[in-house]
Design a protein around this ligand. Structure first.
Ligand code: AMP
Ligand code: MG
Length: 466
């Protein structure tokens, strides 16, 4: 394998990771390779061997390592998480863009805390699908370069499962929790080093401006969560170790797309309190950013009180940033012309009207009501429609079609694809992947990817079972 990795993380941040090797995989086999992504990274897809993709045959330029990080999980602080089943191999720089190439499921590391360091095939393929769907929807995300079976069996609550490795591409793996790891240990000089590194990598114009850096991260994360809300995406584990400094979606565990619109929707079986319910995501965004702010205070101002004042001012702006991004997206989803002070209320009133209706279809079908009766059975929009029609842009249908996806990874289809893959049948996975990577614009024969789960599917539950 001849990838020329760079290793800025290893080089610039000694003490922020442990050198480590992937566990030997007995019989690696490439299940799916993301050729488009390989091309985008300037990699020769045919040179990506299974042994390389599980970390067993690495080029000399690779510097495999497990990153240290901490995190608030469901509100409680864990001072040491870290890559318990992941390894950063190195970075690929293509056209000035730096990307991490990392493995997930590559075996135990010093951060494994008693777990096996492995990943099962189902969650690996789930992450592959979700990342590609988000990318196609124009939402910043980590992506899968490959899904590789290891030839091993892993044991989970669900029983004996095929083991797999996900090869993950990210613009970096810096997390809010990475800052927390060093801040919690009182290593202020390391927090500064990390901030300088993160700024150089993601916000180069902000060198030395730590408050500006914090505001920029807040801005990107606010826009990200707004995009999640607009497509009905529920992350499921918005712990601070799962929120990136780059503003990319990361760690597709128990996430899922909401079908019937209900603001309190929770899919994750471990989220008993509904902390990460659909409607709570914008609030958790602010909560997580406050945790990041805490780590940066000494850098923001030498005077504690002034640092808190400055950070608080940014934090108080987060809800507004989020709301602006959300409203901007809603205006497009509703095909509105320009901006009007009543737009937020108009959008909220529509949402009240569609409770219980499929989120994705409601917006898609609303387009037909531009000049006809609305096609949403059981939904009362009599008062709302004239208000909306009065606000429509001349090319409203076009705007709406470009903003409202037809194909998302629907829960029943995802489960079907993963179950078939377990039985060595990748056809449902490939069909679903084709649909969700061409999210906009109806295609003949793809109805099953556009419709909500059948009645027999029942209430949907997701698991962290990694
Ligand atoms: P996650 O829930 O995937 O965000 O992971 C939270 C933490 O648990 C991270 O430190 C992971 O590395 C670790 N972890 C999750 N699953 C495993 C596993 N099977 N083996 C070792 N560590 C794991
Ligand atoms: Mg995680």
């Amino acid at each position: 394998m001849t990838i020329a990795f760079d290793n800025s993380y290893a080089r610039d941040l000694p003490g922020f990771y442990l050198d480590w090797q992937a566990a030997a995989a007995p019989a690696p086999r490439i299940l799916r390779l993301n050729r488009d992504l390989a091309a985008m990274l300037g990699l020769d897809a045919d040179a990506l061997t299974p042994e390389f993709l599980v970390g067993n045959d690495l080029p000399p330029s690779a510097h495999p390592l497990a990153q240290a990080y901490a995190g608030h999980q469901f509100g409680g602080f864990s001072p040491q998480l870290g890559d318990g089943r992941a390894l950063l191999l190195g970075e690929v720089v293509q056209e000035g863009q730096r990307h991490d190439i990392a493995l997930k499921g590559s075996g135990r590391t010093p951060f494994s805390r008693g777990a096996d360091g492995k990943a099962a095939l189902g969650p690996v393929l789930r992450e592959y699908l979700m990342g590609e769907a988000m990318h196609a929807l124009g939402i910043p995300t980590t992506r899968a370069l490959a899904a590789v079976t290891t030839g091993e069996t892993v044991y989970r609550d669900a029983g004996a499962l095929p083991g797999a490795v996900l090869v993950r591409v990210a613009s970096s793996h810096l997390r809010v929790g990475t800052f927390q790891f060093f801040a919690a240990r009182g290593e202020g000089d390391r927090v500064k080093k990390l901030a300088d590194y993160a700024i150089a990598r993601h916000y180069p114009k902000l060198a030395g401006d730590y408050l500006g850096f914090f505001a920029a991260v807040a801005d990107r994360q606010a826009k990200l969560v707004a995009q999640w809300m607009l497509v009905g995406f529920i992350h499921g584990v918005m712990n601070t170790d799962n929120m990136t400094i780059s503003g990319e979606t990361i760690d597709y565990g128990p996430c899922a797309f909401m079908e019937a619109y209900a603001p309190g929707t929770v899919f994750s079986s471990i989220d008993a309190q509904g902390r990460y319910a659909y409607r709570n995501q914008p609030m958790i965004l602010g909560w997580n950013l406050a945790r990041l702010a805490e780590t940066l205070l000494p850098l923001i101002d030498a005077d504690d009180n002034r640092a808190i004042e400055k950070a608080t001012e940014v934090l108080e702006g987060v809800a507004g940033k989020y709301h602006d991004a959300w409203l901007d997206g809603m205006r497009r989803k509703l095909g509105l012309a320009g901006e009007d002070a009543g737009d937020a209320a108009l959008a909220e009133d529509f949402l009240k009207g569609i409770e219980g209706v499929d989120w994705t279809l409601a917006f898609r079908r609303l387009t037909r009501a531009i000049d006809g009766p609305h096609p949403l059975p059981g939904v009362r929009l009599d008062d709302w429609l004239p208000r909306w029609r009065a606000r429509l842009a001349p090319n409203a249908a076009q705007i709406m079609d470009a903003a409202n996806p037809v194909y998302i990874p629907r829960n029943e289809r995802v489960e079907e694809a993963l179950a078939a893959a377990q039985e060595d049948n990748m056809q449902p996975f490939d069909d679903l992947l084709a649909a969700i990577t061409q999210s906009f614009g109806e295609r003949k024969g793809w109805d099953r990817f556009a419709l909500p789960a059948s009645d027999g599917f029942g209430p949907y539950r997701t698991f962290c079972g990694t």
